[in-house]
Design a protein around this ligand. Sequence first.
Ligand code: FES
Length: 157
Amino acid sequence: MSWQFNAENENKFQDLLKRYPKKNSLALPALWMIQYQDGWICEDAMKFLAKKLDTSPMDIYSVASFYTMFHLQPIGKYNIQVCKTLSCKLRGSEDIKKHIENRLGIKAGESTKDMKFTITEVECLGSCGTAPCVCINEDYIQNTTPQMIDEILDGLK
Ligand code: FES
């Protein structure tokens, strides 16, 4: 096992450890630290965390794999998340998704070869009133149109 927190995250982890009565309650914030450090959560990192929290790698995996915001494989620099839930579906999210797929030459669930973009279909982003909604990393695009997508992608290239 070679994965480790960087110095900043190790300090944060030690600080948080003092605030949680049960070590394994730290699983979620520690998984976020891992993901912010590497962009995704590899198997070695899960084993590392399990050891730190005195639990099994399977416990950590069960938490990490439950939440779709955790990435268990490398993703592109820009994760384009297209909502596929009802309000967005009714307001054209399928067309938006197809437009993005055509622009980038990949399908949802795939990344571009240069690992710049990943397209992910997600459940409700909590912005149903401004459907269709797309989220790029942590930035929301609301009432999304193909033209808006074109402008954003042009700006990111
Ligand atoms: S249904 Fe798409 S944001 Fe809620």
